[in-house]
Design a protein around this ligand. Structure first.
Ligand code: NAP
Length: 291
């Protein structure tokens, strides 16, 4: 029987994309510290498999599962509602779920999938859970970005990549958007006891890139990631650190790599762009723009 470390006992943590890769290892790490962990997955069978694996490996039974397709705004709203019906506190929200799509696909809301899942889903879910996070303070929001944000640029007139969809551009844009969102969020949350940080997990051998490409593309991506990437356990370390370490209590508005704060791309510090992106994201998910 695994022995529980109790450093996160009494803390309620939500991890999106907890059915695979970095998210599953992050959820396991937090369960091993005694937290109550709410896994978010889109597929019932994969969700139950992850839940059962995490319970067994951690020896912690407080591992819950909520289902949501984060490419659908209605599903995200239902997820927040289901969470709030069951829980009155949320101490850690880890926006981890993400996609890397080599071809352009639209969501049920008519939005480009990479931008919808990687940026708009964290934006909407976080905003829907902000009141409970504030009421649970000290609380932490951890957004999984990528060093791919450094090559990213925001095209406010083509956020949906309708004019041009080229290889890494939508992914880089979405991960830069996550950094811009985190910095704006941290500023808006000043004085609330809720922190917001983002991170690059490393180049990690996971299932990333397995949607939206043909079988040859999928095999090539899989080959590259599984041969060159670090393990998902290693890749989860910075997320777990930001979610749980006393070293980062009160630290906010930073970008971390290997659990160390690093400067992100120069453009990510542009406060006008941060605000513009916030307002456009709010418009796209139908939240009040100035809230
Ligand atoms: N791997 C890397 O080298 C790397 C590098 C930098 C950043 N990242 C970031 O790390 C995060 C985790 O990715 P990973 O590498 O662990 O990839 P992964 O193994 O593919 O895991 C992605 C997770 O997101 C979930 N997900 C995807 N689309 C979803 C949707 N529409 N609704 C709900 N859940 C959805 C997946 O669910 P299913 O199991 O149902 O597919 C899965 O649980 C992502 O944000 C990624 O961009 C990864």
């Amino acid at each position: 029987m695994p022995t529980l470390n109790t450093s996160m006992q009494g803390k309620i943590c939500m991890v999106t994309g907890a059915t695979s890769g970095i998210g599953k290892e992050t959820a396991l790490g937090l369960a091993q510290m005694g937290a109550t962990v709410v896994l978010v997955g889109r597929d019932h069978a994969r969700g139950e498999a992850a839940q059962s694996e995490i319970k067994t490996k951690s020896g912690n039974n407080a591992v819950d599962l909520l289902l949501a397709d984060l490419s659908s705004q209605e599903s995200i709203r239902q997820l927040a509602e289901s969470f709030l019906q069951k829980y009155t506190q949320l101490h850690v929200l880890i926006n981890n779920a993400g996609v890397f799509m080599l071809t352009r696909r639209e969501t049920v809301d008519g939005l480009e999938t990479t931008f919808a899942v990687n940026q708009l889903a964290p934006f909407l879910l976080t905003n829907l859970l902000l009141d409970v996070l504030k009421a649970s303070a000290p609380a932490r929001i951890v957004n999984v970005s990528s060093d791919a944000h450094e090559a990213g640029y925001i095209k406010m007139d083509d956020l949906q990549a309708e004019k041009q969809y080229r290889f890494m551009r939508p992914y880089g844009q979405s991960k830069l958007a996550v950094v811009l969102f985190t910095y704006e969020l941290a500023r808006r949350l000043e004085g609330t006891g809720v922190t917001a940080n983002c991170l690059h997990p490393g180049f990690v051998a996971t299932n990333i890139g397995q949607s939206g490409v043909g079988s040859v593309g999928r095999a090539v991506v899989k080959f590259i990631f599984s041969n060159l990437g670090i393990s998902a356990e290693e890749g989860a370390k910075t997320s777990i650190y930001l979610a749980s370490s006393p070293d980062v209590e009160g630290v906010t508005g930073k970008y971390f790599v290997k659990s160390i704060p690093k400067r992100s791309a120069a453009i990510s510090y542009d406060e006008t762009l941060q605000r513009q992106l916030w307002e456009e994201s709010a418009r796209l998910v139908k939240l009040p723009v100035k809230a």
